[in-house]
Design a protein around this ligand. Structure first.
Ligand code: UDP
Ligand code: MG
Length: 343
């Protein structure tokens, strides 16, 4: 398969060369990559389906790539799509989807939080005729209450807002049929909230429950600020309801202000009271400027999104694809090569 430099490759992709593709996006995961590969391969070998493992190196700056380059010569079904820099997990997943050739595609985290042991069950569900097998987290081991609570609230707010039903507590760990993936690859949008896009596509879906394991090693790549950004991305990509809320809030506050003014006027004219002074004025000004700034920010969020989309930049850039044929010839740096030899 030729290496496309940019996204949008679904039409040229060599469909169904294998039955099952496993996509693993990763960013600086040197501690878990060999563990992940070692746990995954016996499970895939036990299946009757032919398979490929597509790692997507999302611009790692550690020696993750040399760990995989050392694995590839003995595991020809494994390849690595290396991006030119860190584009974020959503873009890395899109790169993986574009390079996967399977009739069914499974997205998996490198840190083994999504147990690969569930793959046979997912394949079985797919064979029974569904297009999507979503994995719903029953329990999240090794994640603090704040993360669990924020995830819980976010999924519920989002599904309340969005027209397409985005199932709660399902992440990126899922199986998708070729036609679903082909559709996803046609989406032109740059701001990609994948969990929303999966739901938007629709198609018959099976939901399997599982317990999410703690990370096998290494540290999470998300902090709360990044998660807040992703949550905002999710909501603004799939709903314009916050704009309506802003308008509703503006109406309520304006009505309140009107009545309040009328009340002061009445008090002054009928009872000769003084106009209440500085503190109430300050309170009103602060309240109103807060609401104004919030709504301007909200408007800006949507305008910014339209601006980003209008630039039509590629989603990601592929530096190279390292597989059985190219592992010797790829532009691994001399430091990378030294690492391969020493492994
Ligand atoms: N990841 C990625 N690009 C990024 C951040 C994360 O490809 O910019 C990968 C990461 O290596 C892992 C998966 O996305 O395979 C999930 O990330 P992580 O475990 O850090 O997130 P969490 O499970 O804590 O939500
Ligand atoms: Mg994780």
């Amino acid at each position: 398969m030729t290496t496309p430099p940019f996204g949008f490759t679904s039409k040229e992709s060599n469909h169904n060369a294998v039955q099952l593709s496993i996509i693993i996006p990763f960013f600086n995961e040197r501690e878990v990559l060999s563990l992940c590969h070692a746990r995954l391969t016996p499970i895939l070998n036990s299946l009757s389906e032919s398979y490929e493992i597509v790692f997507v190196d999302d611009g790692s700056t550690d020696d993750s790539i040399s760990i995989l380059a050392a694995i590839i010569p003995t595991h020809p079904k494994t390849k690595v799509v290396r991006l030119s820099r860190n584009f974020g997990k959503e873009a890395a997943m899109s790169a993986g989807l574009a390079h996967a050739t399977g009739a069914a595609i499974i997205v998996l985290d490198a840190d083994l939080q999504d147990p690969p042991e569930l793959i046979p069950k997912m394949v079985q569900a797919w064979r029974s005729g569904v297009d999507v097998v979503s994995m719903r987290r029953r329990r999240r081991h090794g994640e603090g209450w704040l993360k669990r609570f924020s995830a819980f609230s976010f999924y519920r707010i989002l599904s309340g807002l969005s027209r397409s039903q985005i199932p709660s507590d399902t992440g990126d760990f899922r199986l998708m049929s070729r036609r679903v993936v082909d559709l996803l690859l046609l989406f032109p949008e740059r701001c990609r909230y994948m969990k929303g896009l999966y739901a938007w596509v629709g198609f018959p879906t099976a939901i399997l429950d599982y317990d999410r394991d703690p990370r096998a090693a290494g540290t999470t790549k998300w902090n709360y600020l990044a998660l807040f950004g992703l949550a905002l991305e999710g909501i603004t990509s799939f709903s314009t309801a916050p704009l309506r809320w802003a308008a509703a809030l503006g109406t309520i506050v304006a009505l309140f202000g009107g009545f309040f003014g009328f009340w002061i006027l009445l008090k002054t004219v009928l009872f000769g009271h003084d106009v209440p002074g500085y503190p109430s004025l300050m309170a009103m000004i602060t309240l109103l400027s807060g609401i104004q700034l919030l709504t301007i920010g909200l408007l800006g969020e949507y305008a910014g999104k339209a601006y980003m989309e209008s630039k039509q930049r590629p989603l990601y850039v592929v530096r190279d694809v390292i597989d059985m044929n190219t592992v010797g010839a790829s532009d691994l740096s001399s430091a990378d090569r030294a690492n391969i030899v020493s492994l």
